[in-house]
Ligand binder design. Structure first.
Ligand SMILES: [Zn+2]
Length: 382
């Protein structure tokens, strides 16, 4: 087995997403984690390439060795530790990120990766993953306990799907998901203060507020490794984007409890006349729609003369059909939803969600099992 592990990515034809393979219960045996699955995958690579000495570079998350009791056999843990110690397996905080980085670095060599992951959260950073059909191999159960490798058709994820997966990954990375995969709202919904007086990374004094990292159940400053103190409720906010002919022309923040008119020139709201040609501006009412934030949910209603259309996205971020908004009736305005004031002028929401919406997104995100094309699914936020 070890003759297949050169201990250097640039000497390997294949990367293996080790945590993903070791934890895949559909392969070789019922244990939660099994190194035997990795052996089966290497055997499959040897058959695929016709080379028993096929060179493989496994990358593992640090969490793979966490609950050692989950391994089929304690001896596997010893082997894995030795491989990591000898540099035959690379251990990193985020294996997904590292695998894509290595694939990009070894791009000319067309190194391929064995994984069941879709890397949805990373597609903005690594756009070549979109639609790829020849650089990923998915392990599946083969006849009589073997593993087969099939080309992974990565497909093209929508912006909505990518944003959602991105958000899930960010929270997961900070340890802000409970076992039930629900966000720790009691941490996410608050500001936090670092004992280091000049550090404002987690409170309202700074510009950008970071998400704390959970360390032994305590929110911790990642810069100073100090426990953070509660600094009060974090008001919910959402960001609106004004898109004109598909380009973002303005971003506006909407705060919890607020009511904001959007139109040609509303009193005290978001005025669009400066962003539009006079002909287009003339088709928009002085106050066209009203956006309000209530209880962590963003709502929109139509107050225009000529009407407004809206289309919502399903839980995978795919847009549904355009529908006319009923006048003066509140509709939920979720991330990815679009409100069209007149053709070419669209109001949308940025990726950032209200905390109340996070729980729904968590429950509904199923990045590993996309719905069939054209399937109609209820939206969690619409
Ligand atoms: Zn700090």
């Amino acid at each position: 087995m070890e003759h297949n592990l050169p201990g250097a990515a640039d000497q390997a034809g294949f990367l293996v997403d080790l945590s993903n393979v070791v934890r895949d219960r559909r392969l070789g045996g019922p244990a939660a984690r099994s190194l035997h699955r990795f052996r089966l995958a290497v055997e499959a690579l040897a058959r695929l390439t016709g080379d028993p000495g096929v060179q493989v570079y496994p990358v593992a998350d640090r969490s793979l060795l966490g609950p050692v009791g989950e391994f089929a056999d304690r001896a596997e843990v010893t082997v894995l530790r030795r491989w990591i110690g000898e540099g035959l397996v690379e251990q990193v905080g985020d294996a997904d990120q590292r695998i894509l980085e290595l694939m990009e670095m070894t791009g000319a060599a067309r190194t391929r990766a064995v994984t069941g992951d879709r890397f949805t959260a990373h597609r903005r950073e690594y756009p070549w993953v979109q639609g790829n059909t020849d650089r990923f191999l998915k392990p599946v159960a083969g006849p009589s306990g073997t593993v087969r490798l099939i080309p992974r058709v990565m497909g093209v994820c929508t912006e909505g799907e990518i944003s959602r997966a991105d958000e899930l990954a960010a929270f997961k990375k900070q340890g802000l998901l409970k076992r039930s995969d629900q966000p720790l709202t009691e941490v996410v919904n608050r500001f936090w203060r670092c004992p280091e007086p000049r550090c404002s990374a987690y409170d309202a004094r700074g510009g950008r507020v970071l998400l704390p990292r959970m360390h032994n159940g305590v929110p911790t400053c990642e810069l100073h490794s100090l426990s953070l103190a509660d600094a009060g409720r974090r008001p919910a906010m959402a960001q609106l984007k004004v898109m004109v002919d598909g380009k973002c022309k303005g971003r506006y923040t909407v705060e919890e409890g607020s009511r904001t008119g959007v139109g040609r020139q509303p009193a005290g709201g978001i005025a669009l006349y400066g962003l539009l040609s006079p002909a287009v501006a003339a088709r928009i009412s002085r106050e066209h729609v009203v956006v309000s934030a209530d209880g962590g949910i963003l709502l929109v209603h139509d107050v225009s003369t000529y009407g407004t259309r809206m289309r919502t996205t399903d839980r995978h971020g795919r847009p549904g059909p355009w529908r006319r908004l009923s006048p003066r009736q509140d509709r939920r305005f979720g991330p990815g939803d679009e409100v069209e004031l007149t053709p070419g002028v669209v109001l949308t929401r940025s990726n950032r969600r209200f905390p109340a919406e996070l729980a729904a997104a968590w429950q509904n995100a199923r990045p590993e099992h996309p719905a069939p094309e054209g399937a109609s699914l209820p939206t969690s936020l619409g």
